[in-house]
Design a protein around this ligand. Structure first.
Ligand code: FEO
Length: 398
């Protein structure tokens, strides 16, 4: 990785993880990622904003040396997760005069996670300012832009917002700035869906605070920087507002084909009613793609057979994940087939308490689908069409 100049006194010195394919043993990274760190050389003091994942700490230290940096006075930790704070211990060893600036909660977390001694930490709150000479850094506590301890850092002179996870994308690129909007929109939406969506309410409030800042550059800690901040802020406004699309997502799993046939039939019936529909086969699925579909689909239909007494375990996993990310889905239902009995519908609907959606009566049949099943699916499609048409939050204005 090379040291890249952002402004006369501000440099990007983080690392690119081209080949990483999984985060948290859960989140697929088809495009790799980067751990961005920023060096700010004020006329009196030098600061570093965030560090890198410990897996690339050697490369990071090389970058610090390449940047000709032999002194760091302040290390700003916007977020305690190890992909940003993980190289703190080695930095504190290399720069014994450096002080860590972070929120109170972050101080506690980096002590527990990384054994950072309390004596090296200066706790900051919203509105606190660190003077580096000709550059100042302002701190804003933004809890839940992933974890409860998160904050962002803003330089009013340089008009740069260092937003850490917020506005990030898991996208390894040699470009310092976003220059492939189609690709980055997908990567940023995937990132929002997987990491930020559970905190939609908090992020909406933070977006209001950001609208009061004069920002020329957004510098997140994953993926490229934005020199058109409104581009990504607008996307976040769209993803976090209460509106949903006139779309139906059907995550499905099938064992002997009955549930799959029902999914195909419902897909056609919804298309005939001019409703966007996405049947999503769950076996070997990329959960990031599923999360992206959950960002703005008005309706989610969980399609699963009954295995012994309840939903297929693959669907249980999906329902658990969907409940975790708390999508703004307006309507849910269940379709599928059982052999001799079971409590699939009750089991499944009780697993998604965080999805505040209206339950549309399920279509759950015994055995293989027939003409009667088609009639029931028609009724389901009609109900969905009516709900979407009469709901002011269902829109196609995207
Ligand atoms: Fe990029 Fe929440 O860490």
């Amino acid at each position: 990785m090379v040291v890249r100049k952002i402004k006369e006194r501000i440099f990007s010195i983080g690392t690119i993880d081209w080949d990483r394919r999984l985060f948290d043993s859960l989140i697929p990274l088809p495009d790799g990622t980067s751990y961005n760190s920023y060096l700010i050389r004020g006329s009196e003091k030098t600061a570093l904003i965030d560090t890198v994942d410990p897996s690339s700490e050697e490369e990071f230290i090389t970058n610090i040396v390449r940047a000709g940096c032999d002194r760091i006075d302040a290390i700003i930790i916007n977020h305690a997760e190890q992909d940003h704070a993980g190289s703190l211990p080695i930095l504190l060893e290399l720069f014994p005069g450096a002080k860590v600036y972070c929120t109170e909660k972050c101080k506690d977390l980096i002590n527990h996670l990384l054994d950072v001694p309390a004596g090296r930490v200066q706790v900051v709150k919203t509105g606190d300012v660190l003077h580096l000479g000709d550059i100042t850094l302002e701190f804003y506590e933004y809890p839940w832009v992933h974890w409860p301890e998160t904050m962002v850092t803003y330089s009013p002179e340089e008009k740069i917002l260092f937003s850490c996870d917020l506005f990030g994308s898991h996208f390894a690129t040699s470009s310092l700035y976003m220059n492939e909007p189609c690709k980055i929109e997908i990567a940023a939406k995937r990132y929002y869906a997987e990491i930020m969506m559970p905190f939609r309410g908090s992020i909406k409030k933070h977006l209001e605070s950001i609208s009061n800042m004069d920002i020329q550059i957004i510098a997140p800690s994953h993926g490229p920087l934005y020199h058109d901040p409104e581009w990504i802020i607008d996307k976040y406004r769209q993803w976090t507002d209460d509106t949903v699309r006139n779309n139906v997502l059907i995550p499905y799993v099938s064992m002997h084909g009955s549930t799959e046939r029902m999914v195909r039939t419902l897909t056609e019936l919804l298309m005939e009613r001019n409703i966007g529909v996405k049947p999503f086969h769950l076996t070997d699925a990329d959960t990031g793609l599923l999360a992206m579909e959950l960002v703005d689909a008005a309706t989610v239909i969980l399609a699963t057979p009954t295995v012994l007494f309840g939903p297929h375990p693959v669907m249980v996993n999906t329902a658990y994940l969907a409940n975790l990310v708390k999508p703004k889905t307006r309507y849910v239902s269940v379709i599928g087939s059982y052999g001799w009995g079971g409590k699939t519908i009750d089991a499944l609907t009780s697993m998604i308490p965080h999805i505040k959606a209206e339950l549309i009566p399920p279509v759950y049949i015994q055995g293989a689908p027939d003409e009667k099943t088609r009639d029931e699916l028609k009724r389901l499609a009609d109900t969905i069409a009516e709900k979407h048409a009469s709901d002011p939050l269902v829109t196609d204005n995207y």
